[in-house]
Design a protein around this ligand. Sequence first.
Ligand SMILES: [Zn+2]
Length: 611
Amino acid sequence: MGSVKRPQGTNQGTVAALGAVVALLLVPLVAFSQPTSRNERLRIAEQQYERANRLRADLDGTPETQRKEKDYLEIVARYRRVYDVAPFSARAADSLAAAAEMYHEMGKRFGEKYWQEAIKTYEFLRREYPHSRYRDDALFNVAQIQQVYLNDPKVAQATYEQFLKAYPTSRHAAKARERLKEIEVEQASAAKAAEKLPERAATAAAPGARVQVRNIRYWNAKNFTRVVLDLEGEVDYQKGRVANPDRIFFDLFNTEVSTVLSGKSFDVEDGLLDRIRVAENRSGVTRVVLEVTGAEDYSVFSLPNPFRLVVDIRGPARAELARKAEPEPAAPASEKAEPPKSTAGAALPQPPSVPQPTREGNHTLTRALGLKVGRIVIDPGHGGHDTGTIGPTGFMEKDLSLDVARRLGKLLVEQFGAEVVYTREDDTYVPLENRTALANEKQADLFLSIHANSSRKSSVRGIETFYLNVTNDPEALELASRENALAQTSVHELQDIVRKITRNEKLAESRELARGIQESLYKELRKRSREIKSRGVKQAPFVVLIGANMPSVLAEVAFLSNREDEQLLKSPQGRQAVAEALLAGMTDYMKSLNSASFARTDEKPEPPNPD
Ligand SMILES: [Zn+2]
């Protein structure tokens, strides 16, 4: 303890006051350090222990979002005091175990430093009370924290081995052996990947020039979670999935973690993805671990400029198309994942303010039309620095798509009271992977992406509507590579992803929606120009449609590379016609859903059996 130095030149009154304060501060310490009887100490310890247990029960009863770090710390302090007052008490080991458990929980909530505190407390407990009933639990928990939360498989391996040697018959022994096996498998696969690495790494980057892992973003919906890893450049990576606990991991080679991400974890807890952890596992290798629950499948694809790895985790497919009445989703989850400001450009657009929300809207919609569709996401293609295709006189696809989207949204709100969500509401760039993720997060019923086509032959005109699938059509692949801003080779990689996931997608519904829109666009625009052709409903691997949980299509409403089409789209009347045609196409689709449901309910009951 430092001594209070008497400041020079201070008047007597102040010094006296200071002395009084110091005396007051000392009172509890003095009282505390007075030797009290053993029984008195036991009584105090028991009191503290019970009080701590009560506070802990209260905290457990508090909604998770309202639990504060200081509440945890207060409870931990009370448990620790039990040991301080009466280390000989039977409650001392109980209290240390409880304190360690609290730290364990705090690690999940408040960050890595509490994992260290948990380990220290477990170790202290084992050292001070080597015969307590907590001894094997404590060591097993230490190993688990080292493996799962601190991402330190080597150290965890040693601890599990120590555990098995000390407690071969513990109830955790089987699990410890399992964990050891997992670590071996992970190490072997990482070593194998590292062997393959040098020759590829040599071309990718000079040694020492590591690629930074800049950010992690995520969106969660009911049975779909998208995680995006933002990287400074292209990387080699190794992925895997291990059980108990179920987790998907990525080792990103020749990378380093940005300071904002270092040692960080994100609690997602959306029922599919529990947590994301990121750490530099060993020098130059970043490990990202996704702790999942009930995930059926996952897929990964990469996007360039800037390089991103997009991980989609999927749960069991939804049985119902109709959205159940559910509370409004909370603020976009991505905000939680984004360090302040560093990634402002990549943030999702705020929910639109123009269309009114829509309890009444849904109500009107349901009552007047009996439609099953309430919330529609309209995605104006491109935006910001991404202009899309540009017409002969300079009309840009990004401006066309935004204007048509606004017109269509207005019609949907006015005529159906539908709730409309835009992926962008102004001339900003929104990454493709954010767009479907938003639709899923909003639990939209339909997703429509609006684009305009382009061809090297200026005479080509017409309308195409796409849904997500693999294709062999070279023209469709070329279009996909343009709309995805991907090289053709990457589009082929994308086909593999799409092949893998289409069984989970709303394929049949999307095709129906595409058909409705295609027919309606053709019918409407042909009135304005006899030369417009229907190029049909097509399929292609569009990034913006990947992972959508709802029927989703991409409409190429015209060829902006054609002079006549450009003139048509440059006129407000032309764009209004496109919007009305899109509305009519969506309506046809919605009505077909509706009549299908009537068909079911209108079925005549079987005649009753005679008695
Ligand atoms: Zn486009």
